[in-house]
Design a protein around this ligand. Structure first.
Ligand SMILES: O=C(O)CCC(=O)C(=O)O
Length: 321
């Protein structure tokens, strides 16, 4: 969202120029679980985030809680203030919890991510991680998730990620609901840190969407209970995934998963030349035991003008032989 755009949003983001510690509260926008993915994607595009209330029911979250419990119990606390010395992070959720697979492939999520990252040839899963913030934890440093890509300065209008955090407990101001600075996606850190900040409070089963550019961070936990969120993020298909999906889910488990989930995990052509195995074999096909090749450049959906032009010139040179 541009600075002008921020100012048009009523009383939500009007506080540029003030110290962020003295700002008035910002009211974040919530959508019902019947919302269309296009509406969610549009809001993320304008404000950097969207919250969809109670996107899954309590039984789904109960199941996830049960499935992940032994792995969470075995997870160590973070090793620095950024990871959180009172925060435990548990990954490999596709291999470890069947319910996480449902969250990864939830139609509202897949629709929103596909729409938000529709400029890319493919979208893929980037990471799965339960984040459990214990009482006494301090606030995480505000950051933009796209810094994971070696701090590469992506253009302001190029989104490389679309992220989610599912509330596995209620997210409250006291227990460390995620802090967000709406409108910070398209401005410098210096400017972004002057914007009004809010916490993404939401009921268990709700989902916070946010882009890879928006300033955000886990909150301090001043309550007596743990705040648990399931961070599931997605990226365009041409970047390295934060969590190595091919090792996180061993092949014998991967073979039991359905094709759509496997493609999302990265068993697909990430762009015309990315992701093949051996003699240009499709990775999903190889996992299934057959040997179909990946598409040639002219058969891959052409999202970019340069791609279209390249294929046209290729066709023209072949027809002139
Ligand atoms: O737990 C949260 O609310 C946010 C965590 C986060 O942004 C991170 O760990 O990168």
């Amino acid at each position: 969202m541009t600075a002008a755009g921020s100012q048009q949003q009523g009383n939500r983001v009007l506080n540029r120029g003030l110290c962020r510690h003295t700002l008035v509260a910002v009211q974040l926008e919530h959508f019902p679980n019947s919302v269309e993915p296009a509406t969610v994607a549009d809001h993320i595009r304008r404000c950097g985030y969207a919250i969809v209330d109670e996107l899954v029911d309590q039984r789904t979250m109960d199941r996830l809680d049960r499935e992940v419990a032994p792995y969470l119990a075995a997870s160590a606390h973070g090793r620095d203030d950024y990871d959180g010395r009172l925060t435990r992070r548990t990954g490999s959720l596709i291999a470890r919890t069947p319910t996480a697979r449902e969250l990864v492939m939830h139609p509202t999520i897949v629709g929103t991510v596909g729409e938000f990252l529709s400029h890319a040839t493919a979208v893929q899963l980037h990471l799965t991680q339960l984040i459990a913030i214990a009482p006494g934890e301090t606030a995480q440093k505000l950051h933009r998730d796209q810094m994971a890509f070696d701090f590469f300065p992506f253009p302001a209008d190029y989104h490389v990620q679309c992220n989610t955090i599912w509330a596995l407990t209620d997210f409250t101001v006291e227990n460390g609901a995620t802090h967000l600075l709406p409108g910070s996606s398209s401005v410098s850190d210096e400017h972004g840190l002057l914007l009004a900040e809010a916490q993404a409070t939401m009921r268990r089963g709700s989902c916070l969407f946010y882009d890879g550019k928006v300033l955000h961070g886990g909150g301090a936990n001043r309550s007596t209970g743990e705040r648990r969120g399931v961070n599931i993020t997605y990226s365009v298909g041409w970047v390295r995934q934060e969590e190595n999906q091919y090792l996180a889910t061993p092949a014998d488990i991967a073979r039991t998963l359905d094709d759509d989930l496997l493609r999302m995990m990265g068993y697909q052509q990430g762009a015309f030349a990315l992701g093949y195995v051996g003699d240009q074999q499709d990775p999903l096909s190889l996992l299934r035991g057959d040997h179909r090749k990946v598409k040639v450049i002219g058969d891959v959906v052409r999202k970019h003008e340069d791609h279209r032009r390249f294929v046209e010139q290729l066709d023209a040179s072949q027809s002139s032989i």
